[in-house]
Design a protein around this ligand. Sequence first.
Ligand code: SAH
Ligand code: SF4
Length: 359
Amino acid sequence: MSASRINAAELDVQELERALEARGRERFHARQLYRWIYRRGVADFDAMTDLSKELRGRLAEELEVITPRVVTDAQSADGTRKFMLELADGRRIEAVFIPDTPAMTFCIPTQVGCAMGCGFCLTGKMGLVRNLTAGEIAGQVRVLAAATGMLDHPFNIVLMGMGEPLHNYDNTMKALRMLHSEHGLAVSPRRVTLSTVGIVPGLKRLAQEPLMPNLAISLHATTDEQRTELVPPNRKYPLAEILETCRRFPLKRRSRITFEYVMLKGVNDSMDDARRLARLLAGIKAKVNLIPLNPAPAIPYERPSDATVDRFAQILADRHLTVSVRKSRGQDIRAACGQLIIEGTGRKSAAQQIAALMP
Ligand code: SAH
Ligand code: SF4
């Protein structure tokens, strides 16, 4: 690896055009490269057969395409596949392929770890290790699309893997622009859902984006006191501010904001909580996704009974909210929500040690 080579995986089409031009190459090769890298999953210049042999040789001297390496690919009994990927610096992340939900979906992280510290989330226990770069975020999608045979098929992306996407705003949005390129995978923003705890300045920026993904807000509680306990950033961005920002959020005609609500037994699962939740969401084009907790040894909460979840859902439905209950997928390979942590090499973090205890 030569230090002077540019990593093309970090560049959008325009940047790649400029990089080629600066080296005396034709701009249009950028589109060809995008097609190879994204649509055909090819990162080796030598295999790009519609480029002259001479050009391929030169490109290989000037550019490289750094791609996350698949370390393991574990398949669950329900078809869910969890990929452990290694980045150039040796850090490891996990991305998940969830088939037939009803669409094909990739669940992608935006950070290594997370700084938000939600009390029910294993990733939250890791703290933030570092942001993922735009090329690493988009690179995971390249890898998963190639590995699952989805390069030529439409798929959804949920930014619900480890990390808080609005805490890594620029890289996340750049990755979405790269994935959206018509010369590459042409992923429509309508097929992307960004899940956030509600970093208000980030939400306001997002509201101005030309390329806007669907929005999911991790609400999880109906009073500030309780939410601050479960989702610490609520101290800075309280419920009223988040919901006001949601009320003003520009939505396309039929689209709605999803509110995620992790259900914790005896904590936020009462009938009063359900009624309060319905009241809070009044006037917002909302749907609610109830997520019964995926328990883990280090998490001091329990999962409520199915009957409690059903009763809670019924109260919301009676108040004309659309409700879904998230089915837990891939539990046997620990790919379910809040269970994405890295079991890397070397010194293990607290969360990693905890993970090692799990089946
Ligand atoms: N940081 C973002 C996106 C990643 S978390 C966010 O919090 O929205 C994705 C979803 O997984 C969130 O709704 C989160 O609340 C949920 N989750 C985290 N830990 C969980 C657990 N132990 N059981 C069930 N869902 C969990
Ligand atoms: Fe971070 Fe989301 Fe986990 Fe909270 S739930 S700690 S924001 S990954």
